[in-house]
Every structure is written in C-alpha cells, then in structure tokens.
Ligand binder design. Structure first.
Ligand code: CTP
Length: 393
C-alpha cells in the first residue's frame, strides 16, 4: 500500500527526533519514497545525514539550499506529497501551523499541500496540556489534520507524563489508514445531522438532551477527508466549526427538518446522527415563566419524525441510542423508518455514553446483517460507517 507513495516527513526539534529515523527507515522499506524536511532545530538533535542514508533521498533543511531539487520551488514538495507527516511535532510547529506561518520549508509545505496531514506531537507534559497547545491542536483537527496522540511515559525531563511520541507502529497504521481511504467519496454529497435539538419552553428555557454532537461532527469530518461534499446540519454544540464543510446551525426539530429537506435535494446519503427531541411544548410562552405557581404542567406534543418523513432517492442512515433491548429496538427502527443502515449503541455501556470520544456500536443493514464493532474512537466509528456507505452508494 505504501509502494510508490510519496511521504513528506517533517521533523522538528524535539529529543524524539531520533525516533523519526526508525519511522523513515520503515516507510522506505515498505516501498514509500520518503522526502525528509528538517527544521533547523531538528538538525541539532539528529544529523540530516542519518535520514539521507536511511531514505536514499536528499534531505531538505532550508528553503534556500541549492543541493535539493525541492528548494528550487518552495511548493514542489507540497505538490509531490501523497501525505505529509510531522513527527515529532513540537508545540512550536503546532502553533505555527495553526496560524499558517510559512517562513520555513515545513510551514510552506503544509500550507501549500492538498495532501492529508498527520501530526505526531511530542513535548513536555505541561506544554502539551497548556490551553494554547490544546487550542491549536483542536483548531488543526477541525481543519482536517489527523493527530496521532502522544502517549504517557517517561519524558526527556525525567518526569512521567503524557507527551511521548506515539509508537512507530501506530504512526504507520495511521498513514496506511489515511492512504487506503483515498477519495472513495469524491463527487458524493453527504448530509449529516449532529447534536441535540432544543425545544423552547419560554425565552430562557428549553427541553434538550445530552448529545454532544461529537459523533455527527466526526462523521462530517471523515466524509470530508474522503473527498465528499458535506453539509452538516447541527443543533447547538460546543464543538469548533469544521473547515471545508457547509454548516447550517439549527435549534429546534422543526428547523432541523426544514434544513434537511433543503439539503437532501442533491444528496447521495443522509446520516441522521442528531439526537432529535421527540416532544416539544405545545406553545412556547413569549414571556419568561415566573415561579408564581406552586406547580406547573407542561403540555408536550410530538415533533415530526425527520427520518421517516424525508423523501428522496438517497441512502438513509439512522442511529438508535438505546438503554435496553438495543439490537431488537434498532432493528424495529430500521424497518419502520425504511433505512439502509442503522447504527445501534447502548448508552449504558462504558465508553459509549454522552460526551465521550469513544463509541461502541453495531451496524445493521437492510438485509438484517449485524456488524458489531469494538470500542473505537468516534472518528474510527465514523470511518467504519462510511466504509459501508461508500460500498452502498
Ligand atoms: N429521528 C428523527 N426525527 C425524530 C426522532 C428521531 O429523524 N423526531 C432520527 C434520529 O436522528 C435517529 C433515528 O431517528 O437517527 C432514531 O432516533 P431515536 O431517538 O433512537 O428513535 P425514535 O424514533 O425517536 O424512537 P424512541 O425515542 O421511541 O426510541
């Protein structure tokens, strides 16, 4: 899978730079053409000669040196890349990439490339947990960068903590995963809903639910990274707006229904990951309800069922978040809502609840086949769902 692929490997100034030698060597042995770009400080930790010997390619250390074919044109590497991997990525390069600084070859390449970018951070635990670094990482993630998370262990400072470069094995797995997806959803239009709808009671209060929107956002981002045109219809969430995705913010079920009807006109698939409120107050009062009554009755009426009512010739994928009889209930919904796939999860399961970054789901298709997935990150779950969608489209 790596044969003939051009991997641009950016190395920045961390003591973990020596581990990039193993990565460069393994990638080269697997058949990839590895173009190493080193920051000035990386060359203080490891010699460019090490990488030159391992990859049998010239190593770029400056935009201005004459020895490299790539320094002639500062975006040539960006264009040649099938994937760009920055390992180790220091807090400094992460900050610079987040604001788009391009005064060295790594910054230039990342800014100019259309290839996917993987960041493998390695740094001191406090630098990693600093809100500035966390903010920058979240920003880059929202822009479509893949972060191979640092692990816990002994750091260069002698302290034990999070911040060690991920294992080479893990980095290679991530590269392979991204390269294998390619653009299998290119030219497809996918509509994703996310978050929990809110039904107003009065100008201050609403009926809501605990959905964080993470599963829907992961689906939207994964579909974008596989080449799809994505429309994300989202109820309020705390998540940053993903780049390269048309986002329609909505609040109520009625608003979501309208936005879905508008967006699906040219869609190939609708994925309803939103937790849609089933009831709404019969009437939201214009004035704030005062606590003058000893008790209060709120009359609720049913909201429309968006998935059941939406019409058109596209794949319909629903979710079933259940707390009991998970599979049986999901199967019923699959039939009743005439879906192509339903993704069932048990919200009482550890790791699959609300707000967490992981999920454990079972995908059930129209023919009734079940695929039970292990506990995975929401992004991995998203990719597994999209594997099925790509086959069905
Ligand atoms: N859904 C929808 N419109 C609604 C309610 C749900 O489109 N008014 C969608 C959800 O986005 C999800 C699927 O239908 O993809 C199943 O939602 P869920 O809440 O599990 O099922 P309900 O039909 O609401 O049934 P119940 O709450 O009784 O389990």
């Amino acid at each position: 899978m790596l044969t003939g692929k051009t991997v641009v490997l950016g190395i920045t100034g961390s003591i973990a730079a020596y581990k990039a030698a193993e990565l460069a060597s393994r990638l080269t042995q697997a058949g990839a053409r590895v173009e190493v770009v080193m920051s000035e400080s990386a060359t203080r930790f490891v010699s460019p000669l090490t990488f030159r010997s391992l990859t049998d390619r010239p190593v770029v250390t400056s935009m201005w040196e004459a020895s490299s074919e790539f320094s002639v044109e500062h975006v040539a590497l960006a264009e040649a890349a099938d994937i760009v991997v920055i390992a180790p990525a220091t807090a400094d390069i992460i900050a610079r990439l987040a604001v788009g600084i391009a005064d060295d070859m790594i910054g230039c390449t990342v800014l100019a490339t259309k290839a996917p970018v993987i960041l493998v951070p390695a740094m001191n635990v406090n630098m990693l947990h600093n809100p500035a670094t966390q903010h920058n990482l979240a920003e880059l993630k929202a822009r479509g960068f893949t972060i191979v998370e640092p692990v816990c262990g002994r750091l260069a400072s002698g302290r034990i903590g999070e911040g060690r470069l991920a294992e080479t094995e893990k980095i290679i797995a991530s590269i392979k995963q991204i390269l294998s997806k390619g653009n299998d959803l290119a030219g497809k239009h996918i509509v994703v809903t996310a978050g929990g709808t809110q039904e107003p009671i009065d100008p201050v209060r609403h009926i809501g639910n605990r959905a964080s929107g993470k599963m829907g956002y992961a689906l939207a981002e994964a579909a974008r990274d596989r080449g799809a045109t994505v429309s994300l219809i989202t109820a309020p969430t705390l998540l940053p707006k993903p780049a390269g995705i048309a986002v329609t913010p909505v609040r109520t079920t009625a608003e979501m229904k309208k936005a879905v009807a508008r967006s699906v006109a040219q869609a190939d698939a609708l994925i309803m990951a939103a937790a849609v409120s089933d009831y709404q107050p019969r009437k939201a009062t214009k004035a704030k309800i005062k606590k003058e009554h000893p008790s209060l009755n709120l009359e609720l009426i049913r909201t429309p069922d968006i998935l059941s009512q939406v019409k058109g010739n596209f794949l319909k994928i629903g979710f079933a978040a259940e707390s009991e009889n998970v599979i049986a209930n999901a199967r019923q919904k699959l039939v009743k809502k005439q879906l192509d796939l339903i993704v069932a999860n048990d919200i009482t399961d550890a790791g699959s609840g609300f707000g967490v970054d992981t999920n454990k789901v079972t995908i059930i298709d129209k023919q009734g086949n079940e695929e039970a997935l292990p506990l995975l990150s929401k992004r991995e779950v998203a990719d597994r769902i999209l594997d099925r969608v790509a086959k069905l489209i």
